[in-house]
Design a binder for this molecule. Structure first.
Ligand SMILES: [Fe+2]
Ligand SMILES: [Fe+2]
Length: 289
C-alpha cells in the first residue's frame, strides 16, 4: 500500500490504491466480454470501487472543475523533467505485494512497450510512456475522486452510458435545470475543447505536455478516461469533425492502456537508453508542471 495514500484519511480515500480503479475498468472491458456481461459491472465492482464512484459523481461539479483548472492549468508548480515526474509518481508504488503489483513506471512502460512492439510511430510510444503522469495530482494532495475515474462532461445532461449514472443524483449540478438539458451550457458540436470534463489526471497531463506532442497524442492523453465517448459513442452532439476524427486515435490507444498489464515486467535498465532518446526528441530538459 502506498505510504502516501496511507497518510491520507482513509475515510475519504475509498480505494486502497489508485490502480484499483484502473483494474476495475480493465475488468469491465475484458477482451471478449459480451455486452450483457458488461452490464453487470455494478454487480461485479468491489465496494471500494463503488464508493469511489459515489464520491466522484457527487463532487465533480462544474464549479469544482473550473476551480481545479484555474489552480493547476497555469502550470505554476515549477519545472521538472519527464523522468523527474515519473520518479515522483513512482513514490505511489504499492508495497503490500511487490511481487505482483506494478509500480507506476512499470505500467507506463508496459503500455509504451506494447505500442512499440506493434511498430507504431515514436510519438505514439511516447504518449504511452507519459499518459498517466497526471496521477501526481494525488501526491499534490487531491482526493482519489479528483485524480482517476471515468471522465464525463459537466454543465450538460449526464449520459446513461457513464458508469453508475444513478450516483449523479447526489451531484448539486443535477438540480440546476440549465445544466441538465442535452446541450446544457454548450453549443451543438462546439468541440470538446470547449467542454469541461470532470477533473483528473487526463486533463492535467494533457495541459503539461500539449506544446510538445502531436495532436493525436494530445487527444490520447486528454481523453483516455472518457469511456462514455470512446467506448460507447456518447456525446457525439458536442464533438466537432476534428474530435470525431481524432477519437480514432483515442480508440487505438485504449487497448494498450487496458490490456498490457499481463505483459512481462519491463527491464528499465535495458530500455532506458531508448526512452532517454525518445523523451529528448520531443521534450526540453525541463517543462512547467
Ligand atoms: Fe489513466
Ligand atoms: Fe494507464
Amino acid at each position: 500500500m502506498s505510504a502516501v495514500l496511507d497518510r491520507q484519511p482513509l475515510a475519504n480515500q475509498p480505494l486502497q490504491e489508485l490502480d484499483e480503479w484502473d483494474d476495475f475498468v480493465a475488468t469491465r472491458y475484458k477482451q471478449g466480454k459480451s455486452e450483457e456481461e458488461f452490464r453487470n459491472y455494478a454487480h461485479d465492482a468491489n465496494p471500494r470501487v463503488t464508493e469511489f464512484y459515489r464520491q466522484n459523481h457527487r463532487y465533480q461539479t462544474l464549479d469544482f472543475i473550473r476551480q481545479k483548472k484555474a489552480e493547476y492549468c497555469g502550470l505554476t508548480r515549477g519545472q521538472k523533467s519527464i523522468w523527474e515526474m515519473a520518479d515522483y509518481l513512482n513514490t505511489l508504488v504499492d508495497d503490500s505485494d511487490p511481487d505482483t503489483d506494478l509500480t507506476q513506471i512499470e505500467h507506463l512502460l508496459q503500455t509504451s512497450e506494447a505500442i512499440r512492439r506493434d511498430g507504431h510511430p515514436r510519438w505514439f510510444v511516447l504518449a504511452g510512456f507519459v499518459h498517466d503522469l497526471g496521477k501526481v495530482l494525488c501526491l499534490y494532495g487531491e482526493p482519489q475522486w479528483a485524480v482517476v475515474g471515468d471522465t464525463f462532461p459537466a454543465g450538460c445532461a449526464y449520459s446513461d452510458q457513464i458508469v453508475f449514472p444513478e450516483f449523479f443524483a447526489d451531484n448539486p449540478d443535477s438540480k440546476v435545470p440549465e445544466y441538465q438539458t442535452k446541450y446544457g451550457i454548450y453549443e451543438p458540436n462546439c468541440g470538446l475543447d470547449k467542454v469541461h470534463l470532470s477533473w483528473g489526471h487526463d486533463e492535467y497531463i494533457y495541459t503539461v505536455t500539449r506544446d510538445y506532442l502531436p495532436e493525436p497524442a494530445q487527444y490520447m492523453l486528454r481523453y483516455h478516461s472518457f469511456y462514455a465517448a470512446h467506448r460507447h459513442g456518447a456525446y457525439q452532439h458536442l464533438m466537432n469533425d476534428k474530435d470525431k476524427e481524432m477519437f480514432e486515435w483515442v480508440r487505438k490507444f485504449n487497448p494498450y492502456d487496458l490490456y498490457s498489464k499481463g505483459a512481462d515486467r519491463p527491464k528499465l535498465e535495458e530500455i532506458k537508453p531508448y526512452y532517454d532518446d525518445l523523451v529528448a526528441e520531443f521534450f526540453p530538459d525541463k517543462i512547467a508542471w
